[in-house]
Design a binder for this molecule. Sequence first.
Ligand code: GLY
Length: 560
Amino acid sequence: MRHAVLAFLLVIAFPLNAKTPPAAAIASAHPLATQAGFDILDAGGNAFDAAVAVAAVLAVVEPYSAGMGGGGFWLLHRASDQHEVMLDARETAPAAATADMYQDEDGTVVRDWAINGPAAAGIPGQAEAFAHLAAGYGRLPLADVLAPAIRIAREGFAVDDHYRKLANYRKDALNRFPQARAIFLTNGEVPHTGYLLQQPDLAGVLEAIAANGRDGFYAGEVAKKLVEGVQFNGGLWTLDDLKNYRVIERAPVVGSFRGARIVSAAPPSSGGVVLLEALAILDQVTDGSTSEADFTHRAVEAMRRAYRDRALYLGDPDFVSMPLEKLLSSDYAAAQAATIDARRATPSDSLGDPVTVQQGNHTTHLSVLDMEGNRVSATLSINLPFGSAFVPAGTGVVLNNEMDDFSAKPGVPNAYGLVGSEANAIAPGKRPLSSMTPTFVEFDNKVAILGTPGGSRIISMVMLGVIEALKGTPPQQWVSAPRFHHQYLPDRVHAEPSFVGGELAKSLRLKGHQVDSTGRPYGNMQAILWDSAAGTVQAAADPRAIGKSKVRPTRPRDLP
Ligand code: GLY
């Protein structure tokens, strides 16, 4: 009963067929971030301002997932002119990077170099993304938008159980680097729940960005501290690497499933391409009459084939040419669909060469809708929990270990037993292949905004979320439905504990699939649904973590 009341409170109903949403909505991975986004909307900001405010607060209160030392992908829709773009703020390899930089003299990949310490860090994109969004899309000064994050960094936030779990996972790495140890641990131990974690150095970096835009981070005192910290500890960054970093506006990838228009992240994220390819294959072999068991088998087979193409073809579009037109064509989907046996699992090794995907492990997502109809779906990352666990002295900035999303050596597994191909080899200035999948879905006078963290499972999670949305279920269902995943190799279905013991898992096993439990739930999806015909907005944060969604009217200043 209590759940029913809560769900009801999240639906704001207004007159039918409104051209603009009756309420704004934000779903993010932390209540303080969602609140900051609404504070900015209340102050007259739009969805782009609010998204920056949310991301900046997440950089403070989720130091394990994303932040000023990382990057990500921002999918934007501007209502006034229907402008649709993906802001690529992915990290770049420093100019001195080499294809074999994580291999020892015998050619053996030294995993520690690729995941711990400053040598694992790419040049961050987040600060430039903030400045770019504020200058090109927002309505408020960047200083106003960053104010909530600066305040929380200075005054502190209460450590929660989610923080404790992730700090514990990376405790050894955090203890290796004195700055990180001093900020994120107490006497080398994970701080207790409720501990007030203050980050004055990080507040100073955010203030520099607030005062000087991109130059507050990529030039001047902050840049000097970042580069000194990295170089003194064996990393390759230079001041020129920071000066030369640029975000890139790219056209998102667009496809369809069951008549819905799906807009998602373009390379160097593999997310959109794999999502659209898998859905296009699934569209060929299912319809409204397909049983749930058959649908699940075919969804697994579609994932298997699309993830294989990820590993074979995808990388940074500025460095490799990719057959995107072919991969996203209906002819190709039909040819792939024709290889699916409706009764039996297809062994992955029967499809060709054994290649598979790199994956990151910790990331965050935020979804924003304002009352003008502007939308943001942004997935941001520093890769592993607490990234490289390295903080350059005097900055409070946790550097990413996104370099591990490259193939350190084609054919050699990364930290997760996964290998990659030449398309994703390391090169100076190149962006590592990502799985981040910020997505919009447009169908039946409705707009869905969704995404999630979760490494290589991001794409299959968003795929299942899109399928749920198109069933007409509310966002609460998209974010909480049991999850299953196949990524070509290893050749098995990985599924949440709530899925593995059920009838659908049994039906997969009967068709020859190996179905293994992930041992714990995964993902942290943040979703919004605007139904313009019904005049409703709903939002939901994944119940697996501590995120918060909120829907309420907050009228942009210059709207009547
Ligand atoms: N580092 C996570 C991803 O980009 O997929």
